[in-house]
Design a protein around this ligand. Structure first.
Ligand SMILES: C[S@@+](CC[C@H](N)C(=O)[O-])C[C@H]1O[C@@H](n2cnc3c(N)ncnc32)[C@H](O)[C@@H]1O
Length: 206
């Protein structure tokens, strides 16, 4: 899809190797501290690889919203959810630009997940600010990124995968973009073989 607001280098990977790289998305989400009863926004959800497992974790007391700019991705994600037996209406699908969330979300989430997309956003601080404003006070942001390693070293199925080396970010580079908008660093977890997750808190009182 071509759209002026689409972040460069953020096309959805082919599902054959994505499934090999992320065989247990539910475990990844738990490692990021997502828990029962939480209201989560999967921002830039793609084909729903992480969205559907979110529903299993948050359960009936939680809430899942999923945003993507690309209607074809949202259709794929909806099909995946239906095949997985997710109840109709359990996920609120929203087609919009991640940098223009204001007035588009039905409610403020407790948690925002941005997986495999932050590296491509041209104005990362603006995106972080948009998320900060969308979150409830005391809410959390988690960014899942490829490690800052040469692309030729991150092979899956014998092929180099992921964004070009120069687009990859260290956790410190992410902090440089996210902390100035008011977030507080919560922690960093390793997500082997090639990723890390970095978590931030929005203060309860700002
Ligand atoms: C690499 S995929 C990652 C999908 C998913 N988060 C995952 O990790 O499996 C990036 C997704 O971001 C979406 N995207 C790119 N720019 C966007 C924007 N400005 N607003 C909302 N979604 C966007 C793309 O359409 C694509 O589906």
């Amino acid at each position: 899809m071509t759209h002026p607001a689409k972040f460069p280098a953020t096309g959805m990977p082919e599902s054959d190797w994505w499934k090999v790289l992320w065989p247990d998305p539910e475990n990844v989400l738990r490692r990021l501290g997502i828990d029962f009863g939480v209201s989560v926004l999967d921002l830039c959800c793609g084909d729903g690889h992480f969205t559907v497992p979110l529903t299993h974790i948050v359960g009936g007391m939680g809430r899942v919203m999923a945003v993507d700019l690309d209607p074809a991705m949202l259709e794929k994600a909806k099909t995946r959810a239906a095949k997985a037996g997710v109840t109709n209406g359990a996920i609120r699908w929203i087609e919009c630009d991640a940098c223009s969330l204001q007035d588009t979300l039905p409610s403020a989430p407790d948690y925002v997940l941005i997986a495999n997309t932050f590296h491509g956003c041209p104005d990362k601080q603006q995106l972080a600010r948009e998320v900060f404003n969308a979150l409830k006070p005391g809410g959390k942001l988690a960014i899942v990124n490829w490690h800052h390693r040469p692309k030729e070293d991150t092979t899956v199925g014998g092929e180099p995968r992921g964004p070009e080396t120069e687009l990859r970010m260290t956790p410190e580079a992410v902090m440089d973009e996210v902390l100035p908008v008011g977030f507080i660093l919560h922690g960093v977890v390793e997500l082997p073989p090639y990723h890390y997750g970095i978590m931030f808190d929005k203060p309860k009182v700002s």
